[in-house]
Ligand binder design. Structure first.
Ligand code: ADP
Length: 404
């Protein structure tokens, strides 16, 4: 029985008071955040503080597969963890998720349910687990776990009490954020779809008139073609963005050769460049470390930057692609000789649906490409930058952490 007299009692009360204060502070932060990754980071930071543990993680259920996935973790290898699927059958998190009841395990080595698939892939070694279900409207949506009580101590009922209180707030905040992002995006999408639809409707009505010349008819049909293909691109881009914003996008990371991917992308864009007589060249260091990232998603980023560099270029312009191998990251820069972007537009360039009104090539775009690129790069722990001078050209640089 702990000694709760005198100074020890005071210490316990002080600690409890600080925890309550922290819980209140977290409640305020959580309800004010509508960015899912930031929200999840706040929750796990609070979980380790409130339970005095070394690490914490959140797993959410994938509604399509019914499996649990790491969505956030305090572990430095969080990006590796995201690709780990935790089986619902045969894991501690799975047991918490399916029973909807918390579990407190002071020595996981002795628990047959402990899923070793995680420890095998990350450097972190789990000794003890306190896990609680994340429940919204009586439905489990995932699990919040605090790992390794500091100083090797055992978990207490009070730790459980605080983690449950945090989980209750966290579950509501996660569901609200997802809903908010969906409805926000849907409203914007509906708004954006109206423009191509109006163009399509006007063109078809005009086509029915019998006083049109053959040239006018052809122009109408071309408008219909380009607006239809814009709608198709918009739908795909929109789905990509919705997945990225709600944290449902899956990244399959692998080690790959970035220069090879750059050349592959240049080939894809070549016909488009040829049709505008734009020349493209590339200069990358001879030795280049392998990067560890989602190849398909990085290809999407590169293709977007290269397509824009051609699309918003002048006839007969140039596109230079170069790379830098810095100690902690690699970067790729795409420079074009296009019309550039006016300074007032620059701060908005990565916002979804934002487009510079007088850009050449405007009719072909959706204004979603750069918003998607930014989210993809940031989800990999990288960053994307822009520099532009009107009538001279634009440069985009994105970085990726070096492969581990
Ligand atoms: P879009 O589908 O319209 O190209 P993006 O998100 O890729 O959408 O780009 C957003 C806007 O940024 C474009 O509409 C264009 O106005 C501007 N932009 C992007 N890249 C360039 C560039 N290389 N040069 C000039 N303007 C650019």
């Amino acid at each position: 029985m702990p000694d709760y007299s005198g100074p020890e009692r005071r210490r316990v009360y002080d600690l409890r008071f600080r925890r309550y204060e922290r819980l209140l502070e977290v409640a305020r932060t959580l309800s004010g955040t509508l960015d899912l990754p930031a929200l999840l980071r706040n929750i796990i930071a609070a979980a380790t503080e409130l339970t005095d543990t070394e690490a914490a993680s959140i797993m959410l259920v994938d509604s399509r597969t019914g499996q649990l996935r790491f969505e956030a973790s305090t572990d430095p290898s969080a990006d590796v963890m995201e690709s780990i699927v935790v089986p619902v059958e045969g894991s501690i998190a799975g047991a918490i998720f399916s029973t909807g009841k918390p579990l407190m395990i002071d020595d996981v080595a002795t628990d047959p349910r402990h899923y070793r698939g995680v420890d095998n892939k990350v450097t972190f070694v789990t000794r003890s687990i306190l896990g609680v279900p994340l429940v919204s409207k009586e439905k489990s949506i995932g699990v919040l776990q605090a790992l390794n009580k500091k100083k090797g101590e055992a978990f207490t009922q009070e730790d459980l009490h605080f983690l449950e209180a945090l989980a209750a707030q966290a579950a509501v905040a996660i569901v609200t954020t997802r809903l908010f992002q969906q409805s926000d995006l849907i409203a914007e999408m509906v708004h954006e779809i109206r423009t191509p639809l109006a163009a399509l409707s006007a063109s078809t009505h005009l086509l029915l008139r019998n006083d049109l010349s053959a040239d006018q008819r052809e122009e109408m049909v071309r408008t219909i073609q380009s607006e239809t293909s814009r709608l198709a691109t918009m739908t795909t881009d929109f789905l990509d963005l919705a997945r990225l914003e709600s944290g449902r996008a899956r990244f399959v990371r692998e080690r790959f050769d970035l220069p090879k991917l750059v050349h592959e992308c240049l080939q894809v864009v070549q016909p488009q460049a040829d049709s505008r007589r734009v020349t493209m060249d590339v200069l990358l260091p001879g030795e280049w470390p392998a990067v560890f990232a989602d190849r398909g998603k990085i290809k999407q980023v590169l293709l977007n930057l290269l397509t824009n560099a051609v699309k918003y270029n002048r006839e007969g312009g140039t596109v230079h692609v170069s790379g830098l191998d810095a100690p902690d990251h690699v970067s790729i820069t795409v420079v074009d000789s296009g019309r550039g972007i006016p300074p007032p537009a620059l701060p908005h360039i990565f916002e979804k649906f934002y487009r510079v009104a007088d850009s050449e090539g405007w009719t072909q775009g959706t204004g979603l490409g750069l918003a998607i690129a930014k989210r993809i790069v940031e989800a990999h722990g990288g960053a994307i930058f822009i520099g532009s001078t009107v009538n001279v050209g634009t440069a985009f640089t994105f970085t990726l952490p070096r492969g581990k």
